[in-house]
Write a protein that binds this ligand. Structure first.
Ligand SMILES: *Cc1c(COP(=O)(O)O)cnc(C)c1O
Length: 386
C-alpha cells in the first residue's frame, strides 16, 4: 500500500547513527592523540592502552580492566579463563546478537537458549530456571549465565544473582550495548563476576575500529585474562603457560577512546534526552521502551514494538520515503538460526519469537528528533486508517 503524505518537508536521508557530528566535536583532540602515538611508535600495548584501562576502571569503579581486540574476544577470553569446554552448558538469551552464543560454541561448550522478557528484552529468570533443568537432562554441566544487556539496559542482576547462587553458576555480563548504564546506582562493569564490552564504532562508547574490554574485581581472573590476551604468556611473551590468543587493543584505538571517554557522559545525556523526547511523543501510539526502576539505559538502541510484521514493513518503507532510516534488531531469534539448530531446544522461546516480528529501532538523533517523531506519528496513523 502507498500512503499519500505531505511530501513538502522531505529531507535527505538522516543517518541511522550520527557518528559524524560527534566526531566534529573532538576532531582536533583526536588528531593530536593519534599523532602522539605515531610519534612514540608504541603501536602495540603502548602507554595509552594502560592509561585507558585506568580511566575505565575508575569510571566503572572496578578493580581490573583488561582491554582487548573486540567485544566478541572479550566474551571468549572470560570463557577461556574459566576453562569452559565440551560438556559445559552456558545459559544465554535467544534474542541477542550472534556473538553471544558463538563464543560458547567455538569452545565446544553448549549454548542453552533462554527466553527474554516482553518488556525489557532481557533474560527471563523463570525461563532460565527451566533451562537449567533441561541442560541437566541432556547430561550437561551447568556452568555460567551470559546476561545480555540488550539495547543498553542492564539485566535484572539481582534476580540472576539469586539463581546463580542457588545453582553454583557464575555470571558473565555481555555489556556490549550497555557500557555507561546503571543498575541500582551501580555502573555496568560492577554488576557481574565479569563484564565484557565492545568498542565497535556503533556501540555507546565506540572507537574507530574494533575494540573491547573486560571488567572484573577478581584479581586472579584478571591475571589469567592478561595472559590469554598475549598468547597465554607467563613471565614474558616467550614463556607460554597456556593456550591464548592475540587479542590486544591497538594503541591508536586506545588513544581515540581516551578522547571519547572525556565526552562520554555528555553523549549519554544526549541519548537519554532523545529517548525521553521520543517516549513523550510516541507513548500514546506504540509500545515505547520500558526501563526498570532505578536503572539507567545507555540507549544503544531506541526500540519500539509494533502490532505485527506487515505493519512494520509498511512503516519502515514509508519512513524511508521521508528520509528516516530504521533497523530491525533482531529479525530472527538465534535458536531458529541455521548455525544453532544443532543445540538442545529447551523450553518455550515464544517471547523471543514474537518480538522479533514486532521490534523496530529508530535513529537516536538529536538534530532531527522532532522531524522524526512528527513524521512517525503521521505515517503510523495513516497505516492504521488504511
Ligand atoms: C556488538 C555485540 C557483541 C560483539 O562485539 P564486537 O566488538 O562487535 O565483537 C557482542 N554482544 C552483543 C550483544 C553485541 O551487541
Amino acid at each position: 500500500m502507498t500512503l499519500k503524505l505531505n511530501a513538502k518537508h522531505v529531507i535527505d536521508e538522516i543517518p541511522f547513527l550520527d557518528l559524524k557530528s560527534q566526531q566534529n566535536k573532538i576532531i582536533t583532540q583526536i588528531n593530536k592523540s593519534i599523532k602522539r602515538v605515531l610519534d612514540h611508535g608504541k603501536y602495540i600495548m603502548g602507554p595509552e592502552v594502560f592509561e585507558l584501562e585506568e580511566k575505565l576502571a575508575s569510571y566503572s569503579n572496578v578493580k581490573n580492566v583488561i582491554t582487548c581486540s573486540s567485544g566478541t574476544d572479550a566474551l571468549m577470553m572470560v570463557l577461556m579463563a574459566k576453562q569452559i569446554g565440551p560438556g559445559d552448558a552456558i545459559f544465554l538469551p535467544s534474542f541477542t546478537y550472534t556473538a553471544t552464543p558463538e563464543v560458547v560454541a567455538i569452545l565446544g561448550a553448549t549454548p542453552i537458549f533462554v527466553d527474554v522478557l516482553f518488556d525489557t528484552y532481557n533474560i527471563d529468570a523463570k525461563s532460565l530456571l527451566k533451562s537449567i533443568g533441561i541442560a541437566k537432562e541432556h547430561g550437561l554441566k551447568p556452568k555460567a549465565i551470559i546476561a545480555v544487556d540488550l539495547f543498553g539496559q542492564p539485566s535484572d542482576y539481582n534476580a540472576l544473582e539469586k539463581i546463580a547462587d542457588e545453582n553454583e553458576l557464575w555470571i558473565l555480563a555481555d555489556a556490549a550495548q550497555s557500557y555507561g548504564a546503571e543498575f541500582l546506582k551501580k555502573k555496568v562493569g560492577k554488576l557481574a563476576h565479569a563484564t565484557a564490552t565492545s568498542f565497535f564504532p556503533a556501540k555507546p562508547l565506540g572507537c574507530y575500529g574494533d575494540g573491547g574490554a573486560i571488567f572484573t574485581d577478581n584479581d586472579e581472573l584478571a591475571d589469567t585474562l592478561r595472559s590469554i590476551r598475549v598468547h597465554g604468556k607467563g613471565e614474558h611473551k616467550y614463556d607460554n603457560v597456556r593456550i591464548g590468543l592475540n587479542a590486544r587493543l591497538d594503541t591508536i584505538q586506545a588513544a581515540i577512546l581516551l578522547e571519547k571517554i572525556k565526552i562520554f557522559d555528555d553523549e549519554l545525556k544526549i541519548r537519554q534526552n532523545v529517548a525521553d523526547y521520543y517516549n513523550k511523543m510516541l507513548k500514546n501510539i506504540v509500545q515505547v521502551p520500558f526501563v526498570i526502576k532505578d536503572t539507567k539505559s545507555a540507549w544503544a538502541q531506541y526500540t519500539i514494538q509494533l502490532p505485527d510484521k506487515s505493519f512494520r514493513e509498511t512503516l519502515m518503507s514509508e519512513l524511508k520515503k521521508v528520509g528516516i532510516p530504521s533497523m530491525i534488531y533482531y529479525q530472527k531469534p538465534l535458536h531458529l538460526q541455521t548455525a544453532y539448530k544443532q543445540f538442545p531446544k529447551s523450553n518455550s522461546l515464544k517471547v523471543s519469537e514474537e518480538i522479533s516480528e514486532k521490534v523496530l529501532s529508530l535513529p537516536i538523533n538529536l538534530k532531527h528528533s522532532s522531524y522524526i517523531t512528527q513524521k512517525f506519528c503521521e505515517i503510523f496513523k495513516q497505516i492504521f486508517k488504511n
